[in-house]
Ligand binder design. Sequence first.
Ligand SMILES: *Cc1c(COP(=O)(O)O)cnc(C)c1O
Length: 357
Amino acid sequence: MSGVSVQFPVTHNTKSNLANVDWDNLPFGKIFADHMFVMEYANGAWKQGEILPFGPIAMHPAMSAIHYGQSIFEGMKAYRNQSDEVVLFRPELNARRFTESAARMCMPELPEEIFLEAVKQLVALDAAWVTNKPGYALYIRPFMFATDEFVGIKPSDTYKFVIISSPVGAYYAEPVRVKIEEHYTRAAVGGVGRAKAAGNYGASLFPAKQAQQQGFHQLVWTDAKTHTFIEESGTMNIMFVINNTLITPSEDSDTILRGTTKRTVLELAASWGIPIEERPVTVEEIITAAKNGTLQEAFGAGTAATIAPIAIIGYRDEKIELPALETREMSLKIKTFLHEVKSGAIEDTHHWVQKVC
Ligand SMILES: *Cc1c(COP(=O)(O)O)cnc(C)c1O
């Protein structure tokens, strides 16, 4: 299968759930659009993909993904713009990252044009699920998992690639309280932190739960070896503004997920002439800057929330309050710009937006 002109066969869902959705009380990620995309891999090749009614997937009890964790995913969003078109934001970056995650997990490469076509055709079919309510979007979840029926550790010979989608509202209602984690580790050099591999998220639940019991929303992960360098925040990349310079941990090691939102923020800031430093960032310098007042802003960057301002940083026994939200000029300007590009309020001079229908 090659080329982008492939039209995937569709089995229509005759029992749409759309009319039952309570748009004003939408839980994150629990309601799903009417269709899903499914494509199988066997005998060294991808088979014909198809769009089916959303529903359960049959599973053999020995299916290797649930035993040994060959399972990866992506997260992206479709938006409805002011011209009533449904658009995606830089989906080619998700397609590429999916192939990189697959390679790290010994899973077959999915051609990027197939990934993109599958997302676009699925979203076009369920376009009625993309609302123009402010802050809302259709969250898209492509994933791939190993399906060999075999209780033995080796790369699976068979896989399933599936895409589901879920209408969502604003992700974080309030500015986040984060805690700097100095014991547990999200990713180590040589590990799988750069891949969006399922196990990374399962492993983070225990330390994240402890932080939540202490009143925080999420953790700031530090490097596995010394716990003195800042890496990410929860499932977002982390960015700081000190002395009007945008600072974020560099991605040289394979411990940091290469986020499309962070990349976009950096490109945008560069185009505006904002000084940027992508380099190792120490816990010490951030705590010092927070205490002496030079830390102007801190925020998480990711598809779910776009920009999530950090209100409080917990460090050992201290809770350090960051400047008031109204003063966060840079992140507010970035957030507004990204929102306006997606909604079509301003011209997409960076060519980030792709029209679905
Ligand atoms: C998905 C993810 C991000 C954010 O990536 P985006 O492409 O911006 O959504 C950051 N960190 C981790 C650990 C992630 O899983």
